[in-house]
Write a protein of this length. Structure first.
Length: 57
């Protein structure tokens, strides 16, 4: 996994956590759900990158 990919995924995960927190604070279910989706997407990308790295070894 490249460093750029790791940083991008970490940024997406952090952004998702912020959105989820903001949604909870403002009682905005849509924003909270968007945050959870962003976090899930980042985790899937990280898993895919780890699989790629495993096959490169």
């Amino acid at each position: 996994m490249g460093f750029d990919d790791k940083m991008e995924n970490a940024g997406q995960n952090a952004s998702g956590k912020l959105k989820e927190g903001a949604g909870r604070a403002t009682d905005n279910e849509r924003l909270e759900a968007e945050g959870r989706n962003d976090q899930a997407g980042a985790k899937l990308k990280q898993a895919g990158e780890k699989i790629k790295d495993a096959f490169k070894s």
